[in-house]
Ligand binder design. Structure first.
Ligand code: NAD
Length: 291
């Protein structure tokens, strides 16, 4: 990774250490930034830390990180269950569950605890309007969407989503951070549910689930169809399992709420699987089962 300092951003906070939070924290730490990660409980924090360190170890085994870089990267990471420890952060990236109320409460707390006057408060949300998170704070000009892709250490893209209230200065500092500090390719999108990538991807995933639900083809044939027929690296049902079926359902819900278009409506099977706790890879069971 690049390790070029992001102008004035040296200390990053990441809220949530699930698959995205852990990946974002890894990208930032591997780029030379000081990273503090917060989770709800000690147990969730331990699971998140293990996830992050396992991913770093794998990167070292693949030769992407030297033994020295591995030790330095680990030393740049710290973990907490207390958001009060985010006082000195230059940038905080929220990456908790795709739930507007949970995210809003976190932005209210961050607004209270982060003391640097020009700190950026960012969300990794896939679909929740950024303006709603921005107006929950006293600094709506400093709130922006910085949307990473899964797995964050591998995927090159970041979407930047300014809210109606976001200042040009916040947008350009976020762009500098994404491109120069992290070496990502940044694209900009308006604050409309789904932005660019999910606005295109989610209807496709929902169509594949509807196809499976209606019995038109087996899950393997649907996935093989897109992998072998369209050269996609992963078929849609495998990809939905990777994203997390709860996240797919929540994003579909937000997009349907925004546009009221049937193509964004979650098929009943998706909701039943979420209700059954079959969330995809993260629960070892989704359209496929995992070891
Ligand atoms: N999964 C994807 O492919 C993907 C891709 C891009 C963006 N996103 C977005 O990233 C966000 C996180 O998704 P994920 O896939 O990592 O979910 P996840 O379920 O893997 O992780 C969510 C984490 O948030 C933690 N959390 C919940 N409430 C919290 C709180 N109050 N404080 C601290 N931590 C809290 C949970 O303990 C959990 O570890 C969502 O907004 C999602 O839309 C997901």
């Amino acid at each position: 990774m690049t390790g070029i300092p992001a102008g004035d951003i040296a200390r990053v906070g990441v809220v949530g250490c699930g698959q995205m939070g852990a990946g974002i924290a890894e990208v930032c730490a591997r780029s030379g930034l000081d990273v503090k990660v917060a989770e709800t409980t000690g147990e969730a924090l331990e699971i998140g830390r293990t996830r992050l360190f396992n991913s770093l170890t794998k990167a070292a085994e693949r030769g992407k990180v030297s033994a020295e870089e591995l030790a330095e990267t680990q030393a740049r990471l710290s973990f907490t269950t207390d958001l009060g420890e985010f006082a000195d952060r230059d940038l905080v990236i929220e990456a908790v569950v795709e739930n507007e109320q949970v995210k809003t409460e976190i932005f209210q707390v961050l607004d209270q605890v982060v003391t640097r006057p020009d700190a950026i408060l960012a969300s990794n949300t896939s679909s929740i309007p950024l303006v709603k998170l921005a107006v929950a704070t006293s600094r709506p000009d400093q709130v922006i969407g910085i949307h990473f892709f899964n797995p964050a250490p591998v995927q090159k893209l970041v979407e930047l989503i300014p809210a109606l209230t976001t200042s040009e200065g916040t947008l350009s500092r976020a762009q500098l951070f994404a491109e120069k500090a992290l070496g990502k390719h940044a694209i900009r999108a308006q604050d409309r549910s789904g932005f660019v990538v999910n606005a295109l991807l989610i209807p496709y995933l929902l169509s594949a689930i509807r196809m499976f639900e209606s019995g038109i083809a087996s899950r393997e044939d649907i996935d093989n169809g897109m992998e072998l027929g369209c050269a996609h690296p992963m078929g849609p049902l495998k990809l939905a399992d990777l994203i997390g079926l709860d996240t797919v359902a929540s994003v579909a819900f937000s997009m349907y709420d925004e546009y009221k278009e049937p193509l964004y409506a979650a098929p009943p099977l998706l909701q039943r699987m979420v209700d059954a706790g079959r969330l995809g890879r993260k629960s070892n069971s989704g359209f496929y089962t995992y070891g």
